[in-house]
Design a protein around this ligand. Structure first.
Ligand code: G6P
Length: 367
């Protein structure tokens, strides 16, 4: 059956608005709401025995994987090797048999990700794929599939599949941490509660639409844009920059905020907007001081934060978009939504072909 736009101007706009529902549906598959515990599908191996994770994907799915790495390292204390699939497939990294090979793909057909999957299988990894299309080649070649319940994604630029992938990776992180004896019942309940609150918090993000539009008018006039973030917000910055490049053709680069002084700071002047994702939390002060450095060089600061972080940022930033404050664990899921909306709003101002950007394909099935 063909999918309509339901009155939205573009599939991308419709799919952005589906974030809350998609996060909720995806979590429903992996969480028992009564016990507030993660329930994994049957796996043909023991999660507790996994000593190492090797993770790969392409495009936005890769950035979801980067956030997964921060989580798995922090909460399950497992080492995670991650790379884009086009590199992973030829790197031939030394892998000990019995590790977890984790693949992420909306389509389940991306050529490089599939090749990396086959390489991991040959190297004796247990293959778990996070897939939106559950009747796909990757699904057939995996030991287990963790489904994202995002529904069909038509817009070439991925949106809702990304937050669905994060929802799955968050649950997998809890399952790994629990299996390794690092996440007890109380912590699991609190992490799950934070996840289950996301659909309603995600709906609230759309109340900030006017401020995001104001930001978009500044970005639309720029030739180059620098995106910054620290920790799990670094991949959020990468996702924001990718989305902007893909659909507006404005050059955007994302940097780990602390790395800015090793290069991109030389680019900063009042013609290069700096888009930063800086929610409250342990890395807030460090990122704030990076922004002050950018401000001192005439940079125009456009900042995504949360209610708790907003007052400090309003002192230095030209635009502040403050979304609900949530626990550090789930913050990257929520903070992704406004950076994607920003790219969409800039594309509207530029008049580009939002759903079918030039030179890009929804699914890259050739190398
Ligand atoms: C293409 C799409 C991206 C997507 C990437 C990976 O580049 O334009 O939106 O993130 O492929 O696709 P996959 O289906 O493997 O997630």
């Amino acid at each position: 059956a063909s999918v309509g736009k339901d009155g939205y101007r573009h599939y991308m706009e419709k799919e952005l608005h589906e974030h809350p529902v998609v996060i909720g549906q995806t979590l429903q598959r992996l969480i028992d709401p009564a016990t507030r515990r993660v329930v994994m599908p049957d796996l043909p191996f023991d999660l507790a025995a996994v000593q190492r994770v090797v993770l790969t994907a392409c495009g936005s799915a890769f950035y979801a994987g980067m956030i997964g790495r921060y989580w798995i390292e922090q909460y399950a204390r497992l080492p995670v090797d991650i790379d884009v699939a086009s590199e992973m497939r030829y790197r031939n990294p030394p892998l000990t048999r019995g590790g977890l090979g984790l693949l992420i793909s909306q389509s389940g057909e991306t050529a490089d990700t599939l090749a990396a999957l086959r390489g991991m299988r040959e190297a004796g990894q247990h293959i778990v794929s996070v897939l939106n299309v559950e009747q796909s080649t990757m699904a057939r070649e995996s030991d287990a599939v963790l489904g994202t319940v995002a529904g069909p994604e038509i817009s070439v630029a991925s949106t809702k599949a990304f937050t669905a992938q994060l929802s799955v990776l968050a649950c997998l992180t809890i399952a790994l941490g629990r299996a390794r004896g690092l996440i007890g019942p109380a912590q699991e309940e609190s992490m799950v509660t934070n996840l289950l609150d996301l659909p309603s918090k995600a709906t609230e993000v759309f109340e900030r639409h006017d401020e995001i539009r104001r930001m978009a008018t500044i970005v639309a006039d720029a030739r180059d844009v620098l995106y910054l973030g620290r920790g799990a917000m670094f991949p959020v910055a990468l996702e924001g920059a990718l989305k902007l490049k893909e659909i507006t053709y404005i050059h955007a680069e994302a940097y780990a905020a602390g790395e800015m002084k090793h290069g991109p700071i030389s680019l900063i002047d009042n013609t290069v907007p700096v888009v930063a994702t800086v929610p409250s939390g342990p890395l807030f002060e460090k990122t704030l001081s990076n922004l002050q450095e950018a401000r001192a060089r005439g940079g125009r600061l456009l900042v995504f934060t949360d209610m708790a972080g907003a007052p400090r940022l309003r002192e230095i930033a030209e635009c502040v978009v403050a979304i609900p404050t949530v626990d550090e664990f789930v913050a990257p899921i929520l903070q992704t939504i406004p950076v994607q909306i920003l790219a969409y709003e800039v594309a509207l101002l530029k008049g580009t072909d939002v759903d079918q950007p030039r030179n890009l394909a929804k699914s890259v099935t050739v190398e």
